[in-house]
Write a protein that binds this ligand. Structure first.
Ligand SMILES: C[S@@+](CC[C@H](N)C(=O)[O-])C[C@H]1O[C@@H](n2cnc3c(N)ncnc32)[C@H](O)[C@@H]1O
Length: 437
């Protein structure tokens, strides 16, 4: 069954450029008898084909495009979905993601509402894989009736194509629909649950393998794929870690020691990646990992120990508890906080929080050192973050130059012009000296 919806005049251009969303006020059709299960064909005001996808009358985003190809009649068929996931896996493989990575990034991979993280997990009897799945929209939930068969077929095709050496019998699937964003779609926030589990696998003690950002080796990270934040790990910083590591490599030459302050460290991904790099160069590395979550820091401790790195952990609120740390102490300060802005009404307090955190970061960095400032709030633009950093620099009377900027990792593909997908911003500044000196 198919419904045809027409756009009001003037709203077709962004669709023609690949933007996959339509808001309710952009539709001209008086929608009748729509139950949510139908494929929706979107047309411009003159009846020309624009896209096919799904609708949700309960959401402000009334339509999401699955295909812009008029020939693709059923973008929800098992074959069409499987082809998209296999293409996504091939893309990751070409980008050298061979261990744990985001396999499906919703709109970025042509399946709006579907997140699949693929984790390569160490086990006593060899590696296995876990697919952590999130279904974020009501339309996708209705159309995606057999996720297990889809994953099994994808897993088997990936094996045949030599993208992976893990078969379905070594695969667990955990459904992580414990995300508040589902409420915007009229969906319930569910408890995590296994759809399939390899015997003996304990998800809360997963040791996942991650490609090192610049070295050929893998690193191991302990995390909880059942209840941990996101789907258990923040895969989205990988390419930023890579660009920062490549940038710092020259300044590391000849250094004897390197002191890192990892603010909002979670389980210590940045610290393990950069610490392993320093160790490969015989640099004496020390990281101070700070987070408000004791649970995350307990795992960070395990991860730093497993990588044989020097560290201390501090349970602190980064918005209140950083005054006790002595100024100008660290070669690199990372500020990677949670999304301080989740809704438009949070903008003033959220902007203030970014400024406050960055003011501390610039106070704590050594002259000649670097500061990484991140924001994963979709509503905070790169220029908002830059403004917060400018104020932070002024408060510390510092001159600092932007040397690298970054976005979500390359296994989170972005659609040009679809700014909603580009939620993560990362800015690396080099502190040149004191203003006016
Ligand atoms: C975006 S995640 C950090 C991801 C991490 N840097 C990584 O790359 O894996 C934000 C982290 O901030 C922590 N957090 C949230 N509010 C905080 C606060 N007020 N003070 C310190 N940490 C906080 C969360 O527990 C979470 O670990």
């Amino acid at each position: 069954m198919m419904q045809v919806w027409q756009l009001k005049k003037g709203f077709e251009q962004k669709l023609r450029q690949g933007h996959p969303w339509v808001f309710s006020h952009e539709i001209a059709t008086a929608i009748k008898n729509f139950r949510g299960h139908e494929v929706v064909e979107l047309q411009d005001h003159q009846g020309n084909f624009l896209a096919r996808g799904y609708g949700n009358l309960k959401s402000k985003i009334i339509f999401r495009a699955m295909t812009f190809s008029a020939g693709e009649k059923n973008p929800f068929s098992m074959e069409a979905l499987q082809a998209k996931l296999l293409a996504a896996w091939k893309k990751r493989h070409e980008l050298k993601f061979t261990a744990s990575f985001r396999l499906c990034f919703s709109e970025g991979d042509g399946i709006p509402g579907l997140i699949i993280d693929r984790y390569l997990v160490e086990g006593s009897s060899g590696d296995h894989q876990v697919f952590a799945v999130q279904i974020l929209t009501a339309g996708l939930q209705r159309h995606l009736t057999d996720i297990l068969t889809l994953l099994q077929r994808t897993c088997e095709s990936a094996y045949q194509e030599k993208l992976s050496n893990i078969l379905w019998d070594r695969t667990s699937v955990v459904l992580r629909n414990d995300v508040a964003i589902r409420k915007l779609e009229g969906l319930e926030v569910e408890l995590p649950r296994f759809l399939k589990v390899v015997s003996g696998y304990e998800a809360d003690q997963s040791w996942i393998k991650i490609n090192h950002a610049v070295l050929p080796e893998m690193i191991s990270m302990n995390c909880d794929l059942y209840q941990g934040q996101k789907t258990g790990f923040f895969l989205d910083q990988w390419s930023n870690i890579k660009s920062v590591a490549e940038k710092l490599e020259t300044s590391l030459e000849g250094k004897k020691e390197f002191k890192l302050l990892d603010l909002c460290s979670y389980v210590g991904h940045w610290s393990v990646q950069l610490g392993t790099l320093c160790k490969s160069k015989n640099i004496c590395f020390h990281s101070t990992l700070v987070d408000v979550s004791k649970e995350a820091l307990g795992r960070a401790k395990k991860n730093m120990e497993k990588a044989h790195l020097n560290f201390e952990i501090q349970t602190r609120d980064v918005l209140k508890g950083l005054d006790v740390l002595p100024g100008q102490s660290f070669d690199l300060v990372i500020a990677d906080p949670p999304a301080f802005v989740k809704a438009k009404k949070d903008l003033p307090t959220g902007k203030h929080a970014y400024q406050k955190l960055n003011t501390q970061a610039f106070r704590l960095v050594k002259p000649g050192g670097h500061v990484i400032s991140c924001s994963c709030s979709g509503l905070i633009t790169e220029s908002d973050l830059k403004e917060a950093i400018e104020k932070a620099k002024r408060k510390n009377s510092l001159v600092a130059n932007l040397v690298v900027s970054g976005a979500p990792a390359l296994d989170h593909p972005l659609i040009p012009g679809f700014s909603e997908g580009s939620y993560l911003k990362m800015l690396l500044h080099h502190v040149d000296g004191v203003a006016g000196a």
